[in-house]
Design a protein around this ligand. Structure first.
Ligand SMILES: [Zn+2]
Length: 56
């Protein structure tokens, strides 16, 4: 039997203005389609995707 490593949750934010996306570690309270921070272009970032990625 294989030992399963726990997946690490990530959040992807996307800018509505320039389309830049940014992957970062999931933070408590993150919800898909919720407003995130501001982009370097001045646009607003929205959470586009939350997923778990296995390590190793
Ligand atoms: Zn932008």
């Amino acid at each position: 039997m294989k030992h399963k490593k726990p997946a690490v949750p990530y959040t992807v934010e996307r800018c509505g203005s320039c389309g830049r996306d940014e992957k970062r570690l999931f933070r408590e309270g993150d919800v898909v389609f919720a407003a995130a921070g501001s982009c370097t272009c001045g646009g607003k970032m929205t959470i586009e995707m939350i997923f778990g990625e296995a390590q190793g």
